[in-house]
Design a protein around this ligand. Structure first.
Ligand code: DGJ
Length: 728
């Protein structure tokens, strides 16, 4: 596209940004406030934008003040009553601010607009980044104290967005959940008032994910306009979705302002986390694909974006913490025989939380004999850690009880895990000495063991988030500093060991925000690996993250039987796992040869398909939320291959599943098809044992692919490969 990414009208002070096929515009109004002009479809000419005055008109009893309701970055002050992006306490006790346009600059693909308080030496830079190869706009703010006294930030949000007011009722879609049920899609219509999505647990997700999507009520997976955004932050956050009395929606989000007070000393700045936003005209599927493309190009390290993830064996599901040298050596050979490429010892190998060396009783010879054997078997080796906690029995706790996260004078809060009989305390990771110590321990661990994979776990929510020895003014900074240090430690580790594959796990999906993807290449979507539950969670998971990152310890396993007391066939477990980064969690020494052969066959199939699944574009074709079947299709970037996964939940009344109309294929190509998992007795009304007759991309889109799903937990895979052009 020829259209410039950033256009500025210096005379009228209007700014027009392009992000893919969408535009975002704002201008300076008569009062000097920065006011939103457009967020929606493409507007190519700057001259076509309305004036700030036209937008304001009629929205207030005094139209001159109206723009305060939809400022790009409203501070609390004056006649402003909505959610503020900024709330400050000045040294003299004044608690309000009015931010007015001061200047702007354009640097390649970034526009920076500087606002200044009308009276006090406080400056806010608003950063807007748009890129040729992304459909998303990235915003963040930098607040700087140019005065001589300390200013306290009470709220410092990343951005404020205004979808257009268009006479229709907006519907909010977001992701919420709980342990074992993360990434659930929730919906509700907006009405006048404010709805707050937030997480105040110290972690970023599980109960709510920092993501919103708004549509006019009718958007589907593949059609309709969706305005969406996600915050790149791994700590407490808040996204306020408001609708004012004039039906103007507004979304304001950033670091949570709960128990937050950030002292800005003279000359200091506070940089907010980025907030990514976009507009999709291809429904929720289009929004996901835009996020995935952006994640691959601009968030994930290159090595992770390009990596094809290995098949992993993880000890957790079959052994729990009862790991030892003999057991591990026994299972390693079996894991290699079924095709695992990465062998992971999960929780239980360590001397204690805090003491990140091998338990001398379980591993009297250290990890060396294990590493040697695993490598001799042709697998990579990986370990688990939970570095934000320490056990009371640990040497670290004995040496540094003062490193516990706590309020002085209050008893240290003990996290008790009944499942493994562990009592631990959270570390005050906001402290620099703690973060430095953990980084050093991790460096040593990686160097000494030669691991190629490290799983970060976190099994506690913040409790008693105190301050230790911090000066009074810094006692409400822990939430932010903890998250920053987490990024710093793992960012530094990844820089030092770029090939190290890091898994992001926090009691399942407790830190499933997109900022973690900047370092972590795999995510424990949930501890719940019940196949039906996975199918539901995977939809929400792929609203944010590329499908391939869906990891965890045990897709092929019956370890989470207890969750629903449901047993699903191994084939269904394996096929669901193949949509992400496949993990085996079966108790291999106890498996029969038939079971081992079956696991090996699934792993083999996965290895044949994973280049398409892991590097292709995802189209979610059917959802268990709407139908008794689900379908996910992956198309390779050059459209020469595709893989379709279909799952039947509980088929009844001889129900014939409607044809799956495939998306994203090349109309003119003829695709050969290979079907896996079809029921040998009943299938075959159109399929041959080798597959289906070849069909063109056009026919697959318009007529669809007929598959038969039967019984309970049926699962099939169709692998499509372009044979030749179907026509000239
Ligand atoms: C919770 C994680 O989600 C699991 O995968 C496992 O690593 C356990 N913790 C270990 O304690």
């Amino acid at each position: 596209m020829n259209m410039k990414l950033i256009q500025v009208d210096e005379a009228s002070r209007k700014f027009l940004l392009r992000a893919g096929e969408s535009s975002y515009a704002f201008g300076v109004n008569a009062a000097g406030l920065l006011s939103s002009l457009h967020w929606g479809g493409l507007v190519e000419r700057l001259e076509d934008l309305p004036s700030t005055r036209e937008i304001e008109c009629g929205r207030h009893r005094d139209p001159r003040r109206a723009a305060m309701d939809f400022q790009e970055y409203p501070a609390w002050g004056g006649e402003f009553y909505n959610e503020p992006a900024l709330k400050v306490d000045f040294p003299d006790g004044v608690r309000c601010s009015i931010l007015k346009y001061a200047s702007h600059s354009v640097n390649a693909d970034e526009l920076v607009v500087t606002l200044k308080d009308h009276g006090y030496p406080l400056e806010v830079e608003l950063h807007y980044q748009v890129r040729e190869d992304s459909a998303l706009l990235e915003r963040h703010a930098v607040i700087t104290n140019r005065g001589e006294g300390t200013v306290t930030l009470r709220s410092a949000q990343s951005a404020c967005f205004h979808p257009p007011r268009n006479g229709k009722e907006y519907r909010l879609s977001h992701l919420a959940g709980r342990w074992g049920g993360e990434y659930m899609i929730k919906r509700q219509n907006l009405a006048q008032g404010k709805l707050v999505l937030e997480n105040r647990t110290g972690l970023s997700t599980t109960f709510a994910h920092p993501f919103f999507a708004l549509d006019e009520g009718g958007a589907t997976e593949d059609a309709g306009r969706v305005w969406f955004g996600t915050l790149l932050w791994s700590g407490n956050w808040k996204i306020a979705v408001e609708q004012d009395p004039y039906e103007q929606p507004c979304v304001t989000g950033g670091v949570s302002d709960f128990d937050f007070a950030w002292p800005l000393k003279p000359g200091e700045s506070f940089e907010t986390p980025p907030f990514l936003c976009g507009v999709s005209d291809d429904g929720f599927g289009g929004a996901s694909r835009a996020l995935h493309a952006h994640q691959r190009r601009h968030i994930a390290p290159k090595i992770e974006a390009e990596r094809t993830l290995p098949v992993l064996f993880n000890s957790w599901a079959s052994m729990g913490v009862q790991v030892d040298e003999a057991k591990i050596l026994e299972v390693a050979g079996k894991a290699a025989a079924v095709g695992a490429e990465l062998f992971v010892i999960d929780d239980g190998w360590q001397a204690a939380l805090g003491d990140w060396w091998p338990d001398p009783v379980k591993f009297p010879n250290g990890l060396k004999p294990i590493v040697d054997k695993v490598k001799a078997l042709g697998m990579d080796f990986g370990l688990w850690v939970e570095v934000e906690s320490f056990e009371v029995k640990s040497q670290l706790y004995q040496r540094h009880p003062d490193w516990a996260m706590s309020f002085p004078g209050r008893e240290v809060y003990m996290n008790v895990r009944d499942d493994i009989g562990r009592r631990s305390v959270l570390l005050n990771f906001a402290r620099e000495d703690v973060a430095d110590h953990i980084l050093e321990s991790l460096r040593t661990l990686v160097r000494e063991t030669g691991i190629s994979y490290l799983k970060l776990d976190m099994n506690a929510l913040f409790t008693n988030p105190g301050w230790d020895a911090a000066p009074e003014a810094e006692r409400q900074t822990l939430w932010v500093k903890h998250a920053r240090n987490l990024h710093k430690v793992f960012g530094a580790l990844k820089t030092e060991f770029p090939a190290l594959l890091l898994e992001n796990c926090a009691a399942g999906g407790g830190r499933g925000d997109l900022s973690m993807d900047a370092v972590f290449g795999r995510i424990n979507r949930s501890d719940n690996q019940d196949t039906l539950d996975i199918l539901a969670m995977h939809e929400g998971f792929t609203w944010l993250h590329p499908s391939k990152m869906a990891g965890g310890a045990c897709h092929i396993s019956d370890a989470t039987y207890h969750i629903n007391l449901r047993r699903t066939p191994m084939k269904t477990q394996a096929y669901a796992g193949m949509m992400g980064s496949l993990a085996i969690g079966k108790n291999l020494p106890q498996c029969s040869q038939t079971e081992l052969d079956e696991i090996a066959a699934h792993v083999k199939l996965h290895k044949r398909l994973r280049h398409v699944v892991q590097h292709g574009e995802l189209h979610r074709l059917a959802s268990l939320r709407d139908t008794p079947y689900a379908a996910f299709e992956f198309v390779s970037p050059d459209k020469s291959e595709a893989v379709l996964f279909v799952f039947g939940q509980c088929m009844q009344f001889a129900f014939k599943v409607p044809p799956f109309r495939l998306q994203g294929l090349d109309d003119g190509q003829l695709y050969a098809m290979e079907v896996h998992g079809a029921n040998p007795q009943r299938d075959g009304f159109t399929a041959t044992p080798e597959g289906y007759p070849p069909q063109s991309g056009q026919a697959l889109r318009e007529l669809g692919l007929r598959l038969e799903l039967l019984g309970d937990y049926d699962a099939q895979i169709v692998h499509l490969k372009a044979k030749a052009p179907s026509r000239n």
